[in-house]
Write a protein that binds this ligand. Structure first.
Ligand code: FAD
Ligand code: DLZ
Ligand code: SF4
Length: 509
């Protein structure tokens, strides 16, 4: 009998993960470990650590129920070595195994570390594909091969064909169009009836974890309680059902909207459950498609939602692995400014930024447009170093794992890859935030004023950004209109924008 050790990582909490497939409980031993290295490679939000540890403990119990023998190492166990490799070494010292079998981790840092295990530990190590995703590394490479531009829209169409999601009997996209985004840009009003996401009360296991996190990670960013994330598959399924019943029908209409005091709007909040493995992307999309078939949600909502998962989510993962471990070093604009302190304290007069950061602190969650067009756009316009921006996003969101966070931050939001992922920088003045939200009503700055003390900082920072990076951006056809407006602008107006920006940025330092 060959004895196999199967380490399972904190974001691999699926019973059909490739490392467990086809193995017999009697021949295998599972290792799960809460370790300092993983809990501190960035200073994760307290809620994120609690989510991962609690979900790990629940998953270990489930595996035991299925008959597996699980060695579960807690963070405060006396001889915890502090690293995943250290825990494998400790296990191998106590029990002899013939081989290690592990599903590929979700980031280059651990992937590269794993490559050395076999030689260092003197045991065969099988690294299996993580096939919870729809596109394997090879699928993405084949798709990318020979293309001048790796645009998400074309990748998404390939995924629609591959999965058959929202495809009609003739092999054409349901409703005659691939994409209904033009119908999905409505601002929301505060008096709309907002759904309340399901909240899950901590059980004894979660309460133990909350006490551990409170005592060990007090200095980390974020509020630990109230804690209500789903931590088991059953809870995540209930959250999915709740989303489909209460929010999905309006998901499309208000996908890009922001409302003061409303943290979740019609978003699903499923990203953390998906990313740690409690839900699979295909099952989520199939359930959502079923809601459409049953007439419970319109096509613009269902298509928009499915596109986020089989389009964006798979696409950014493809980019992450395709571009390799040096992707994170890109800095197209040579941005050098350190991340302003208010990203941690929320002490800023900008109402939109304050709202996004406060809810990030409270919930370890902000929705896409807050991440992209508020905190992301501000960092881009202010010229913050993309690595600082990346580390902030990786730390503060419960759903943040590098394979998904890095391309979104560095590529989509900061344009630090020079346009591999986005066809133009997501730069915008205050007018965009004013159109999509009601934040400006309560702000100390005036969104209609373009420069000077009372002007919205997004306004002059926008023009300053365009002027600073003219050499790199003027040739971009999608920015032709922007530079035409800049060219037509009176010299003293240009000057006023730049002076306001310079004074604001000096204060920021
Ligand atoms: P919904 O709006 O309900 O969308 C449904 C699902 O679609 C999400 O759960 C998610 O799985 C998927 N999705 C939507 N947009 C994207 C996207 N751009 N990339 C990948 N998947 C997407 N998402 C993460 O999962 N982890 C991250 O660390 C992360 N970092 C981000 C950083 C920046 C700067 C930006 C702009 C976006 C980031 N996103 C990240 C994408 C997106 O903001 C989140 O997936 C989404 O806000 C999660 O909330 P939700 O589950 O309510 O999403
Ligand atoms: C995010 C995280 C945290 C906070 N802690 C652990 C841990 O203690 N043990 C573990 O196995 N995984 C943890 N994780 C998830 C890993 O960081 C994740 O598997 C890698 O980042 C690869 O995606
Ligand atoms: Fe944000 Fe400017 Fe509006 Fe204030 S005025 S909320 S800073 S966009």
């Amino acid at each position: 009998m060959i004895k196999t050790l199967i380490p399972i990582l904190g974001d691999q909490l699926s019973t059909d993960i490739s490392s467990l497939r086809g193995v017999k409980p009697a021949d295998t031993h599972i290792l799960m470990a809460e370790v300092w290295d993983e809990a501190t490679y960035v200073r994760h939000h307290k809620k994120k650590i609690a989510l991962v540890f609690s979900a790990m403990r629940h998953f270990a119990a489930e595996l035991e129920r299925l008959g597996f023998s699980v060695r579960y190492v807690r963070l405060d166990d006396d001889s915890n070595s502090g690293s995943l490799k250290g825990e494998v070494i400790r296990t191998l010292r106590q029990t002899a195994f013939d081989r290690i079998r592990i599903t590929e981790p979700g980031e280059w840092r651990l992937r590269e570390d794993l490559e050395g295990w076999s030689a260092d530990l003197n045991i065969p190590v099988d690294i299996l594909d993580d096939d919870r995703y729809l596109a394997s590394h090879e699928d993405f490479r084949d798709w990318a091969q020979g293309r001048k531009q790796l645009r998400m829209e074309y990748f998404y169409r390939a995924m629609r064909r591959k999965t058959g999601l929202l495809m009609d009997a003739e092999g054409q996209p349901e409703g005659g169009r691939w994409n209904f985004d033009t119908e999905n840009r409505k601002p929301a009003k505060a008096d709309l009836l907002m759904p309340k996401p399901l909240r899950f009360d901590p059980d004894d296991t979660t309460r133990d974890v909350l006490a551990l996190v409170a005592s060990q990670f007090d200095a980390h960013f974020g509020d630990l309680e109230p804690f209500w994330f789903p931590v088991t598959r059953e809870q995540a399924e209930a959250a999915l059902d709740g989303f489909i019943d209460n929010a999905l029908p309006w998901f499309g209409d208000f996908q890009d909207a922001m409302v003061a005091g409303e943290k979740f709007l019609y978003h699903s909040l499923l990203s953390s459950s998906l990313n740690i493995g409690l839900l699979s992307p295909l099952e989520v999309c199939q359930r959502v498609e079923m809601a459409y078939d049953e007439g419970k949600a319109p096509l613009n909502a269902v298509e928009g939602f499915i596109r986020q998962i089989i389009g964006w989510r798979e696409y950014v993962r493809g980019i992450y692995w395709h571009e390799g471990p040096t992707y994170k070093n890109n800095n197209f604009f040579n941005a050098e400014r350190p991340l302003p302190d208010f990203y941690w304290t929320a002490k800023t007069d900008m109402a939109c930024m304050q709202a996004a950061i406060v809810q990030t602190k409270e919930e370890a969650y902000a929705h896409h447009i807050q991440r992209l067009m508020v905190t992301g756009t501000f960092a881009l316009l202010a010229g913050v170093h993309p690595h600082d921006v990346h580390e902030w996003y990786l730390a503060v969101y419960a759903d943040a794992f590098e394979w998904v966070e890095l391309p979104n931050t560095l590529g989509m939001s900061q344009f630090a890859d020079g346009g591999l992922l986005a066809s133009k920088p997501y730069a915008a003045s205050g007018a965009y935030i004013n159109k999509m939200s009601d934040y400006c009503n309560e702000c100390r700055y005036q969104v209609k004023i373009k420069h000077g003390q009372d002007a919205c900082p997004f306004n002059y920072l926008y023009w300053d950004f365009m002027a600073r990076h003219e050499a790199k951006l003027r040739g971009n056809p999608r920015l032709a209109m922007v530079y035409r407006s800049w060219d037509k602008m009176a010299m003293d107006t240009k000057q006023a924008h730049r002076e306001s920006a310079s004074a604001f940025l000096k204060d920021l330092a």
